[in-house]
Design a protein around this ligand. Structure first.
Ligand SMILES: C[S@@+](CC[C@H](N)C(=O)[O-])C[C@H]1O[C@@H](n2cnc3c(N)ncnc32)[C@H](O)[C@@H]1O
Length: 195
């Protein structure tokens, strides 16, 4: 199972954004939506053996986590607007302490990065995608793996510290800095080539 955890530093947690303003008022939700597309979409199907976690840290109700579960997902389309709408519906749900299902394959909870990492510690190796890491082409990758990455901003020192409690390795995908969604595509490709 492949998992991706993307930290959305300013991403809206309140769901009160306009669908025409996902790059601005929604706190760069566009970046996270492209990460969802890269996590799941193939040419003519969806990757079912994938989970993606969006850690939303913006707005008055932070943090919240949206979890996308590939084998249950329905109504996910490649256009950013319709995914923003699914996310907005999830963020408008009334939340208690536990995770709830907002729509098929999309779950929402009040968890932040630390909680999500703790919950994933038995789910496979957790690795940090970082420009200064070890070259992914020169290392072994387990089948069960959790990739953690930033949105349009790198992880803060505090977030890196939290991650270091769970991740022993930082992996580099190439010699330059890529967009987060492109990182996910590259990571998938590296994994696909090894099966
Ligand atoms: C758009 S980058 C963040 C900002 C970028 N570091 C910069 O200086 O402009 C988004 C995230 O993708 C990951 N990333 C980007 N390039 C990478 C690379 N070559 N190897 C591994 N991870 C990378 C990192 O997790 C990074 O935080």
């Amino acid at each position: 199972m492949r998992r991706f955890v993307i930290v959305g530093h300013r991403a809206s947690t309140t769901g009160d954004f306009k669908l025409d303003d996902i790059c601005g008022g929604a706190g760069r939700l566009d970046v996270l939506i492209r990460c969802i597309n890269s996590s799941f979409f193939l040419s003519h199907s969806l990757r079912r053996d994938v989970e993606a976690y969006l850690i939303l840290q913006g707005g008055d109700d932070a943090p919240k986590t949206l979890r996308f579960k590939g084998d249950e997902l329905r109504y996910l389309n490649p256009d950013e607007r319709s995914t923003a709408s699914l996310m907005r519906n999830a963020l408008l749900k009334k939340l208690s302490d536990s995770e709830i299902k907002a729509s098929p394959g999309i779950y929402v909870s009040r968890r932040g990065l630390r909680d999500v990492l703790s919950s994933l510690s038995e789910s496979g190796e957790i690795v940090y995608l970082k420009e200064e890491g070890e070259d992914i082409r020169r290392t072994e990758l387990p089948e069960d793996i959790v990739f953690v990455l930033g949105d349009d901003r790198d992880l803060s020192e505090e977030e890196e510290q939290a991650l270091k409690e769970h991740a022993d390795r930082s992996l580099c995908l190439g010699p330059i800095s890529y967009h987060s969604d492109h990182c996910i595509t590259i990571a998938h490709n590296e994994m696909d080539r090894r099966v």
